[in-house]
Design a protein around this ligand. Structure first.
Ligand code: HEC
Length: 104
C-alpha cells in the first residue's frame, strides 16, 4: 500500500533533481565551449588576452555589477570588442549568463 503512494513522489523528486542538475551543467558546458577561450576557464582571462582585447576578469567590480540580463544581452548582441556569440538558443544564453554570474 505505502509504496503505491511513495513512488510517484520519489519519481517527482528525481525529475526535479535531474532538472536542477542539468541546468547547472548546461551553463558550465556552454561556458567552456563558447566563452572560456576568451574569458578563461574560471572567468579570469589570461594576461595576453586581457591586455590585447581588454577583457576584464569576473572579479572586476564593473563585471560583478552586471545583472544576468545584461550578460545575456552582451552574449546575444555583443558589446565593444566582443562579437555576439552565435549558435545559442535563448535558453542557452540564459543558462550561460546565470553560470557567468556564479564565477568568482
Ligand atoms: C572571441 C572572444 C570572446 C568570446 C568567445 C566571448 N567573449 Fe565576452 N568579451 C570579450 C571581450 C573582448 C570583451 C570586452 C568588450 C569591451 O568592453 O570592449 C568581453 C566582455 C564580456 C562581458 C562584459 C560586458 C560588459 O558589459 O562590460 C561579459 C559579461 C561577457 N563578455 C560574457 C561572455 C560570455 C558569457 C561568453 C560566452 C557565451 C563570452 N563573453 C564569449 C571577448 C569574448
Amino acid at each position: 500500500m505505502t509504496h503505491r503512494f511513495r513512488s510517484p513522489i520519489l519519481l517527482a523528486a528525481t525529475v526535479l533533481l535531474a532538472g536542477a542538475m542539468s541546468f547547472a551543467e548546461d551553463g558550465s558546458a556552454i561556458y567552456k565551449s563558447k566563452c572560456a577561450m576568451c574569458h578563461g576557464s574560471t572567468g579570469t582571462p589570461n594576461p595576453a588576452m586581457a591586455q590585447s582585447m581588454g577583457i576584464k576578469p569576473v572579479t572586476d567590480p564593473a563585471i560583478k555589477a552586471l545583472t544576468a540580463d545584461q550578460i545575456a544581452s552582451t552574449v546575444k548582441s555583443g558589446k565593444g570588442k566582443m562579437h555576439p556569440v552565435a549558435g545559442l538558443t535563448d535558453a542557452q544564453v540564459k543558462d550561460v549568463a546565470a553560470y557567468f554570474k556564479t564565477l568568482k
